[in-house]
Design a binder for this molecule. Structure first.
Ligand code: AMP
Length: 185
């Protein structure tokens, strides 16, 4: 299964991603996790990324596309993967399409985890990550609506998007995801 997982910051994507990995065993490709690891290891990419991350802005496309292009070559990705936090812009989606077309391995499905704004603020305020300060949260939501949400239209036109209602318990939400993903096993 090749899955793209899209949702605003605070939607619960990380929690549901873990559940998806545990049940369906795709490789987990979280660009946020990769960037945080690079930042903590103080690599050149990590230090460059940090200036954008701490401001709630997206890291430049060329940096992210390079990371993903390399990661997709790894053996564990050949049986399928969950892209979590990538693509975040149309340019990233187009670059991904090109890579997958070359390998003749198209995406199966794009999951959109949908949560209303007021609920996102409530959840993000309680999370306590360094980039969860109110002004940074606002920036990250702005980045989501301006740069990432256009992807829903982009993938919608390809007939790939399944909307998952992101309100309710973790179990409720995961059940909605299972209803979709069980069709692709
Ligand atoms: P996340 O954990 O997915 O919310 O990512 C945390 C931060 O990493 C984001 O706010 C961005 O600064 C950066 N980031 C993660 N994935 C991407 C991406 N695909 N494109 C650009 N920036 C990204």
């Amino acid at each position: 299964m090749r899955i793209v997982f899209i949702g605003p910051p605070g939607a619960g994507k990380g929690t549901q991603a873990e559940r998806i990995i545990a049940k369906y065993h795709p490789a987990h490709l979280s660009t946020g996790d990769m960037l945080r690891a690079a930042r903590d290891a103080k690599t050149e990419i990590g230090l460059k990324a940090e200036t954008f991350m701490s401001a709630g802005q997206l890291v430049p496309d060329d940096v992210i596309i390079g990371i993903i292009a390399e990661r997709l070559q790894a053996p564990d990705c050949q049986g399928g993967y969950l892209l979590d936090g990538f693509p975040r812009t149309i340019a990233q989606a187009e670059a991904l399409d090109k890579m997958l077309a070359e390998k003749k391995t198209p995406l199966d499905v794009v999951l959109e985890l949908r949560v209303p704004d007021d609920e996102l603020y409530r959840r993000l305020a309680g999370r306590g990550r360094a980039d969860d300060k109110p002004e940074v949260i606002r920036e990250r939501l702005v980045a989501y609506y301006n740069q990432t949400s256009p992807l829903l239209d982009y993938y919608g036109k390809k007939g790939l998007v399944k909307v998952i209602e992101g309100l309710g318990t973790v179990d409720d939400i995961f059940q909605r995801i299972e209803t979709v993903l069980d069709n692709y096993r």
